[in-house]
Design a protein around this ligand. Structure first.
Ligand code: B12
Length: 211
């Protein structure tokens, strides 16, 4: 594969303008959008996380890198979606209450759309009751929840409880993901599936619907 380390570095350095230029250049060279994301963009964000952990990066740097990643992903999103086929199922998706991270969620949305799912994205900081309302309104097959913070993971359980209280839990499959989430946690809170990346979100969503 060609070397797209300039794209990786643009995201790492939080340079939104350069990241967008690098995406345009990479696409001009015929780069594969999924490979750009998996091989260069996600590793850049992983490195940002590592630098944050060892206190070389602080919140402003996280924010700038996050913006550069989002802007780069926006350009790839239509290309990912275009690769899909007919509607495979309906998904209500969101980042749980208290959590503002949406880069991974947006990637999951793009991959699901690319695989032919119809996605209703509720955004970030979504309270359990709002998920329950959206399920009643949209009648989805799957509710997909994202959490990036250890402290917001309990909101996933609350959301499942809210669906139970609304009487809609048995009508949907609940799929969860996000960096601190695990298969064990999914089992513990009674979710139906767990995916550790956007690609597996698609595979698991399909298998939850028996496809
Ligand atoms: C960018 C970033 C931010 C940006 C977010 C910008 C945005 N629009 O999203 C900003 C600056 C806002 C931010 C803020 C904070 N952050 Co932050 N952030 C990150 C960072 C560096 C990258 C996250 C990311 O986008 N990764 C790239 C994407 C593609 O990966 P992903 O999100 O994991 O998603 C993939 C999978 O997890 C999975 N997935 C995700 N969701 C779902 C859902 C389903 C259904 C499925 C199946 C799969 C799935 O698929 C995705 C694609 O492959 C991480 C470090 C890291 N490496 O994770 C820290 C990190 C998550 N943040 C952290 C912290 C502490 C914070 C703050 C509390 C900092 C502060 N002191 O203010 C705040 C909290 C704000 C809030 N209330 O949410 C910690 C969390 C520690 C913990 N375990 O709780 C981390 C791990 C950094 C660290 N190493 O300490 N952050």
């Amino acid at each position: 594969m060609a070397d797209f380390s300039d794209l990786r570095n643009a995201i790492l350095n939080g340079d939104e303008k350069l990241a967008v230029q690098q995406i345009q250049a990479a696409l001009g060279q015929g780069a594969n959008p999924s490979e750009l994301i998996a091989e260069w963009m996600i590793p850049a964000m992983d490195e940002v996380g590592r630098l944050f952990e060892c206190q070389e990066y602080f919140v402003p740097e996280l924010l700038l890198s996050g913006r550069a990643m989002k802007a780069a992903l926006e350009l790839l999103r239509p290309l990912l979606a275009a690769s899909g086929a007919r509607p495979t199922g309906r998904v209500v998706l969101g980042t749980v209450k208290g959590d503002l991270h949406d880069i991974g969620k947006n990637l999951v949305a793009s991959m699901l759309e690319g695989a032919g799912f119809e996605v209703f994205d509720l955004g970030v900081d979504v309270p359990a009751a709002k998920f329950a309302e959206a399920v009643a309104k949209q009648n989805p097959d799957i509710v997909a929840l994202s959490a990036l913070l250890t402290v917001t993971m309990p909101e996933m359980k609350k959301t499942i409880e809210a669906l139970r209280q609304a009487g809609t839990r048995s009508q949907v499959k609940v799929l969860i993901g996000g960096a601190p989430v695990t298969q064990d946690f999914a089992r513990e809170i009674g979710a139906d599936g767990y995916g550790d990346n956007a690609g597996s979100a698609v595979t698991i969503a399909r298998s939850l619907l028996g496809k």
